[in-house]
Write a protein that binds this ligand. Structure first.
Ligand code: CP
Ligand code: NVA
Length: 327
């Protein structure tokens, strides 16, 4: 499998075999890391990490993975560069492409990371856009495969704003890899029709099914995985909290939803999660709307914490696999 020089912008650009290759490579790199076996296969290279939105997992994963592979890592924070304000993406790409061997970008529209990739001349990796979060998908697939020993035929139910990066990306990942995907949400929160049509084509190849269900009991029935994400994403205005709470509270992952899934079902979350009052935003929402927990109850979150934090660790191993393969 030769993926050298390839960008990593959305899983749409990769075949199921290529996605499986990333997972196998990540599994191998995870084993090496746990056993203390050095894997500095990109010694002497340098990467740039551009973050126009904040991050804990993605940034740390790229930094640690970069260092483990023997590379120098430069982090550009949301305010610390000329990008966008004084310099176009095309010009930035042509500058950074001459200095670095690969570039990570987290920000707003998918067209920005596509443009960066067009002009950089080195591999560009999407660390999250409004539309997609492809590195998260590799971590999720790896976690699911580690837990269930397989991917095909499992039923993954995404509850929440399925129109945004996580809903879109999980639908693509499931369609490509043969999992049965359910978006369980109010109809206006379902992914857009064009993306659904594209995913239906992948599903024909993989044997996946795609369903869009408003009823929570129907949607969560016999699920293997219940998955959720924050109701308001980075970059969205605070004003949307009220409409999201009204629309999505019935889709909160709580004991009732978990009990309706299979006995062997697990809970997953890309994190960060609002499951208690230990965050600033969590407390603000509590003061304004009286809600102590949002997309997932604290009870469910803590019950499945081992899986959720394994999923977070897997961000690092899978991001390392992406860089190892494409550089
Ligand atoms: N899941 C995820 O992308 O986390 P960060 O926003 O912390 O990078
Ligand atoms: N939908 C969330 C995902 C965070 C990893 C956001 O974009 O903020």
């Amino acid at each position: 499998m030769d993926l050298k020089g390839k960008n990593f912008l959305t899983l749409k650009d990769f075949s199921p075999e290529e996605i499986m290759y990333f997972l196998d490579l990540a599994e191998d790199l995870k084993k090496k890391k746990h056993e203390g076996v050095a894997h500095r296969i990109h010694e002497g290279k340098n990467i740039a990490l551009i973050f126009e939105k904040t991050s804990t997992r993605t940034r740390c994963s790229f930094e640690v993975a970069g260092h483990d592979l023997g590379m120098g890592v430069t982090y550009l924070d949301p305010k610390g560069s000329q990008i966008g304000k004084k310099e176009s993406i095309a010009d930035t790409a042509r500058v950074l492409g001459r200095m670095f061997d690969g570039i990570e970008y987290r920000g707003y529209g998918q067209e920005i990371v596509e443009n960066l990739a067009k002009y950089a001349g080195v591999p560009v990796w999407n660390g999250l856009t409004n539309e997609y979060h492809p590195t998260q998908m590799l971590a999720d697939l790896l976690t699911i495969r580690e837990h269930f020993g397989k991917l095909k035929g499992l039923k993954l139910v995404y509850m929440g704003d399925a129109r945004y990066n996580m809903g879109n990306s999980l639908m693509i990942a499931c369609a490509k890899m043969g999992l049965d995907f359910v978006a369980c949400a109010p109809a206006e929160y379902f992914p857009n029709k064009e993306l659904v049509a594209e995913c239906q084509e992948y599903a024909k190849e993989s044997g996946a099914t795609l369903s869009f269900i408003e009823d929570v009991m129907e949607g969560t029935k016999d699920a293997d995985i219940l998955y959720t994400d924050v109701w308001v994403s980075m970059g969205e205005p605070d004003e949307v909290w009220k409409e999201r709470i009204d629309a999505l509270l019935p889709y909160q992952i709580n004991k009732k939803a978990m009990d309706n899934a299979k006995d062997t079902a697990i809970f997953m979350h890309c994190l960060p999660a609002f499951h208690d009052l230990e965050t600033e935003i969590g407390r603000e929402i509590y003061e304004k709307y009286g809600l102590r927990e949002m997309e997932v109850t604290d009870e469910v979150f803590e019950k499945y914490a081992d899986i959720v934090f394994e999923e977070a660790e897997n961000r690092m191993h899978t991001i390392k696999a992406v860089m190892a393969a494409t550089l």
